[in-house]
Design a protein around this ligand. Sequence first.
Ligand code: 13P
Length: 242
Amino acid sequence: MRPIILAGNWKMYKTQAEALAFLEQFLPLIAETAHQVILGVPFTSLGGLAVRLPATVHLAAQNIHWADFGAFTGEVSGPMLREVDVSHVIIGHSERRQYFGETDATVNLRLKAAQHHGLTPILCVGETKAQRDAQATEAVIFSQLEQDLVGVDQQKLIIAYEPIWAIGTGDTCATLEANRVIGLIRSRLTHSDVPIQYGGSVKPENIDEIMAQPEIDGVLVGGASLEATSFARIVNYGSVCR
Ligand code: 13P
């Protein structure tokens, strides 16, 4: 059975002091959860949070370089992340692709590096509004998957479907449509048990509907993961028979 994974992506938000204050409020609120919880936090907070997390809450970095070390200013390596007990890494987020020149080729290198170091990657794929309007959603996502997953072990992988037009806009993808696209993504994989999340304007108000969809195995949450009560409500989403 596929696990349910609720992940927060804090992006470039929260100082270390703010991260610790979040944790103090958040952990008691999710003490009962049976699901996997992941916090994707800025590099500066990884070490401080790692020593304070219970076994049910995991840490994700938001980037990894493919080399173990070297003259790569601004990058971070697998051994550095392992040292601070990071278990997951978000790779190929649309903000990395859009603002920092991430390509499918570098996404592929980062995915393989993460797995080489025993980190589980969360691979983000998704289409722009213009691509959706041009009926190119499937082609874009299939192309990303085909290039990103060359040589990647699908048994140690999480995928997040994040339609770019739904990120930070409040314009959530209709749940049936998200379910349909995620089903299509699954149909392209060699390992059908890869957990596939939905991301894009996930909120306490829509989490129950999203998680009621059979293909959706969890969520990758931006804005609503920054506030402890809001992310706890998402983690503790209504009991759903699956
Ligand atoms: P929002 O939840 O703020 O739309 O962000 C989604 C996202 O980019 C998660 O990686």
